[in-house]
Design a protein around this ligand. Sequence first.
Ligand SMILES: [Zn+2]
Length: 76
Amino acid sequence: MLENSRLPAGDVPLILLGRYQCRFPVREDPSVPGGYRFCAGPTSPDRVYCDHHHSLVTAVEPRRARSGFHLARRAA
Ligand SMILES: [Zn+2]
């Protein structure tokens, strides 16, 4: 078996999310605290989502993105 100490990305319950891990809920799982498993991809210190989900969220909600992510928009 490979190392079992870390859960793969996309399979992490909220209680195990680290400070700089993506908090995008990828699927429901009633067996874990919170009821969802999260992406847990690497994030920047000022973000709650990984690059992939950050762009996904800002694309869907441009108004919400403007409030705190103007720097990211400029870089795109
Ligand atoms: Zn993510």
